[in-house]
Design a protein around this ligand. Structure first.
Ligand SMILES: [Zn+2]
Length: 424
């Protein structure tokens, strides 16, 4: 089943023509409307009209998360604010997040792309789809929500948290499809066990999972314990609706008519051929408000050139096994260690020495910050130390929407070279 068979199954030659045409239009638009790109192209002596083939894209400079941060909040918008109908945010490397704007057309295309991904994952208009992602500034619940509505299925926006409530909704509303992070799906399976509810008491038949890396073992476990068929999908908060698995489940089809995907060596920046693992770089081809040229995603994957038995001609990428930078994914939220440092510093602790410890309790991520007590703490009262710890904890939770535990440890006990201990 396809949502847009004309685009999802078109010949590679036709697809490449569409890509080139859209690439040229995008380059002209950013050169005209986005000062960063205008300057970069001028510095490199590139005229958008010089880009005459898809391979020419390699002449263009990369866009990094640092560029997004430096242009906060609206510096990279390619349309006036009056044309923007939606703001979402994505995690930045320090301090402020990035603001991502959408025009009405962007929202429409976002919905279409999510409808494709949902349908490739087995959703039909007869499904009742429970979306257990947080509905907020930082996440992509909305795109999935619109995609479900577009298909004509029923959307159940249960949002994140409260596993018991999720399960009672699942039972009462006879949910047939679950959309959340894979670790949350396993947490729901644990909760079912705790409640003594058999999976056969549910109407679930499929699940679409994303926002964090997961393994084939996790897929097998989710499928067995929830009695569903599970597929993976991929997007970034900066660039939504990028790719999703079909029911063949041999890689994620990239929506190439909307995104030009390259794989680069993260060290040299050189483009690698299909089959080679490297960092995924995306150029948006149809975004109006927030187009990005050669954006370095930090996600490691490789491209699969072989045709897929499902009939889609869109190239696939392998599932994401990890990152090329130090971004952490905690309960589906993106967190950089540098952001944590910024937050701690803002609570008044100068040059804090700390370590982030990540573990999994049951199937849920558990994040603990071990904070070295400053020397001055020795003379301070216990009450005051507790107040500072509590302050750090609240600030972290507010900033990331993830519950951190914060513990004080003795001075000079933290190995500063190891900022993160990931035990998951
Ligand atoms: Zn396929």
């Amino acid at each position: 089943m396809y949502w847009q068979s004309d685009m999802e199954c078109m010949s590679r030659d036709d697809l490449e023509l569409v890509q080139l045409e859209r690439l040229q239009a995008t380059l002209n638009r950013v050169a005209r409307n986005v000062p960063l790109y205008r300057k970069r192209f001028a510095d490199l002596g590139i005229d958008p009209y010089d880009i005459q083939s898809l391979a020419d894209v390699q002449r263009l400079p990369f866009t990094t998360k640092a560029d997004l941060r430096d242009n906060y909040p609206y510096g990279l918008f390619a349309v006036p604010l009056r044309d923007v109908v939606r703001m979402q945010a994505s995690t930045g490397t320090t301090g402020k997040p990035t603001v991502v704007g959408y025009t009405a057309g962007d929202v429409r295309r976002w919905s279409e792309l999510m409808a494709r991904i949902l349908m490739a994952g087995g959703i039909t208009k007869d499904d009742a789809v429970q979306i257990a992602y947080n509905y907020g500034l930082l996440t992509g619940a909305f795109g999935l929500h619109y995609g479900v509505e577009l298909i004509g299925a029923s959307v159940i926006p249960s949002s994140s948290g409260n596993a018991r409530r999720q399960i009672s909704i699942m039972q009462d509303y006879r949910t047939t499809a679950l959309v959340c992070t894979p670790s949350y799906a396993l947490h729901l399976a644990d909760t079912l066990d705790d409640l003594g509810i058999n999976k056969t008491a549910l109407s679930l038949r499929c699940g679409l999972f994303g926002s964090e890396p997961w393994t084939e073992d996790m897929r097998t476990e989710i499928e067995a314990r929830l009695g569903i068929q599970a597929t993976d999908n991929y997007g970034l908060s900066e660039i939504t609706g990028v790719a999703g698995e079909c029911l063949e489940r041999q890689g994620l089809h990239i929506n190439e008519d909307h995104f030009l995907a390259e794989i680069i060596d993260p060290q040299t920046g050189n483009v690698l051929p299909p089959g080679h693992k490297g960092e995924l770089v995306i150029t948006t081809l149809t975004k109006e408000a927030f187009p990005l040229i050669r954006f370095r995603t930090g996600d490691l994957t490789s491209l699969i050139d072989a045709p897929c038995p499902c009939g889609r001609t869109l190239r696939r990428m392998t599932r994401i096994p990890g990152r090329s930078d130090d971004m952490l994914i905690i309960r589906g939220c993106n967190v950089f260690p540098s952001q944590i440092e910024t937050v701690i510093t803002e609570t008044g602790l100068h040059a804090p020495r700390f370590q982030i410890v990540l573990d999994r309790i049951g199937h849920m991520d558990q994040a603990t910050i071990l904070l070295e007590a400053p020397e001055s703490f020795c003379t301070d009262s216990i009450k005051q130390s507790q107040r500072i710890l509590e302050n750090v904890r609240i600030r972290l939770n507010t900033e990331f929407g993830v519950a951190f535990e914060v513990r004080l440890v003795e001075p000079r006990t933290i190995d500063k070279s190891k900022k993160v201990r990931d035990l998951r």
